[in-house]
Design a binder for this molecule. Sequence first.
Ligand code: SAH
Length: 471
Amino acid sequence: MLLSITTTRRPATDLGYLLHKHPDKFQSFNLSFGRAHAYYSEVGDDRCTACLLLDVDAVGLVRGRNPDQDFLLAQYVNDRPYVASSFLSVAIAQVFGSALQGRCKDRPELVTTPIPLEVQLDVLPVRGGEAFLRAVFEPLGYAVEAVRHPLDETFPEWGDSPYFAVTLRHTLPLSEVLSHLYVLIPVFDARKHYYVGHDEMEKLLAKGEGWLARHPAKDEIARRYLGNRASLYKLALSRLVGDEEPEDDETPEKERAEERLEKPISLNDQRLGAVVAALRASGAKRVLDLGCGEGKLIRELLKDRQFEEVLGMDVSVRTMEVAARRLKLERLPDAQARRVKLMHGSLMYRDRRLDGFDAAAVVEVVEHLDPPRLRAFERVLFEFARPGTVVLTTPNREFNVTWDTLPAGAFRHADHRFEWTREEFQAWATAVASRFGYAVRFLPVGAEHPDHGPPTQLGVFTRIAHQRDAR
Ligand code: SAH
């Protein structure tokens, strides 16, 4: 099975930067189900085509199985090696992982640039036929061409096969197209080759962020993607709230840059101190740390017996692994271990696991969210999770001018999508509070500059009783 991606945006060889694959190289990758090869079939300034060819080891796949399960000779003559199925999604994630996540070290501006792209899938099994194929891709704006393969070239009277050669055309950032393919290719195929569980649902939500919630066929897409497991796809659908966008994993270097900048005033410690104080004052016993990162706040909270339960959540699995290690979760005595939990999740989705907490801390997280997605975050936190208290911090952009090392207009951290002035933050917070039935007050964190204010701004939101239905 072959996936090819062509761009005609000059210089078309930029595709090499976006895919992190050099146009002159042929590269092969070992995957659990066989091998994938990445290469370019044409390389030029006007047109460049990258190919991902899967070489699925059908025999190996069957041999590895538990013989009691579904070991059938028929599986040796399966169509896996020839068709684009969920293996192709796995290969996209592994071979074009950075491109899928929208990362491009050398040419970051390319990542968000819509470019004309043509995608070809030589053999896509389509359950539901061409109508379903169009119902899935056309609402996303693709021009779709589909040619059905006959069941057998020499015996046309045998009729049509369920396989199509598909061409999709659109002008979009490459990462968006790859996310669409990652989610949608398996949707056309009846068989997923792996067990579908909660992880798969998280992947669907993560890669579907920003478009799946609005897709008219989202129910069918979620149902098929999750292998028809009713409990899972219902849960997935219930969590699709408005617009959403995944947050990329933090890279340690970026973190260090922000820490270096803020270090002279040990802002981090002052911030944690202020947040813990606000949480303590609220009387909260059960606390959420949303976007908990490497768990610095959690560690502080565990020192205080007032906090009986602390649940840390982050969208980045990698960061949470660091948190688990730093907190030495494995080695905590039982009584301590019972007080803390970490979970993977995104603030872009309604999540029932966040219900019923006394307070939530959201420390230096909002500025990582894309402004158009803030609405979803607001609803997830203030409408659905609805803790009694929310303690939220974010940088004060006005203060940045006092740091010589930070170029004018730059943000403190490469992943910040914005940084608010005091006025902007307070306007946002006040509007959110009134929409959802909270009162909000503001506190400065760190040494205040007479003109530019404090380096960090903190808002404490308190739920107003009996105003549960406010929006
Ligand atoms: N609160 C921590 C980390 C701040 S960095 C601290 O103060 O040290 C921002 C964190 O927000 C990162 O760990 C990032 O992975 C997380 N994040 C970004 N977008 C998110 C989302 N949509 N849902 C949950 N966490 C998110």
